[in-house]
Design a protein around this ligand. Sequence first.
Ligand SMILES: [Zn+2]
Length: 270
Amino acid sequence: MAVIKMLGTGHGATFDLYNTCFVIQNDEGFFLIDTGGGMEIMRRLALSNIKLEDIKNIFISHSHTDHILGLIWMFKKLYGKVVQGEIKENINIYCNDVVHEAIITVAPQVLSDRLWNTVASVVDFVVLENNDKYNINGIEYEFFDIIAKGTKQFGFECILDDNRFIFLGDEPFNLSLSERIKGADYVTHEAFCLDKEASIFRPYEKNHSTALSAAKTMEEFGVQNLILYHTEESHGSERKSLYTEEAKSVFSGNVLVPNDLEEIQLVKKR
Ligand SMILES: [Zn+2]
């Protein structure tokens, strides 16, 4: 049984929501997808009952602050664990070449030599090419370039409990990937704001979508379950119902708008 543990669901500059990142947990372990932008990652992991030393696999989708910088704080904490002898096996960090370059450039500049050298000794970077496949915790993941307008960004496809699950990162879906998402059981897609509030939040200028526009596209390709995340936070506890309602107006499948720290249990719908 795989469970998705949402650590954060906010966009790149939210205060009350943590930046979008999550863990895929199954019987074999934890796979961390992005790290958010700050030290809060450590508290989110703790609140989700996940120990740093138990995370052996991390994927960073792209090099923007809200996805990559939490890793620096994880490194700081990891250092102590390495010194204490608590890290028994190396940690794999899966990322594209741009992300890899960003990490190995920034980390040595912001961490002490001793800390970085120690952490680097237990980290193995797996630099991804488009369509590379890796088995992580017994699940085969195919990583692919989402053909972002911004910096190079990768998503992935995998089978979770018989569901074809596709992670699309934090940019609007690129139509040239249509074949890949057709009929998918679960697709994750960013929704910066409600469509009716697009004039306030201006998602398109920031290369983001609305709940309505994301749902329309996913409906077109017969997606069964749509997970919306990477949102603004002005609606507080109303966000889930407002975004769900707007997406459902054009989407015949199931819409999920998880809160921070919510767990998603995957259901086979067909
Ligand atoms: Zn982002």
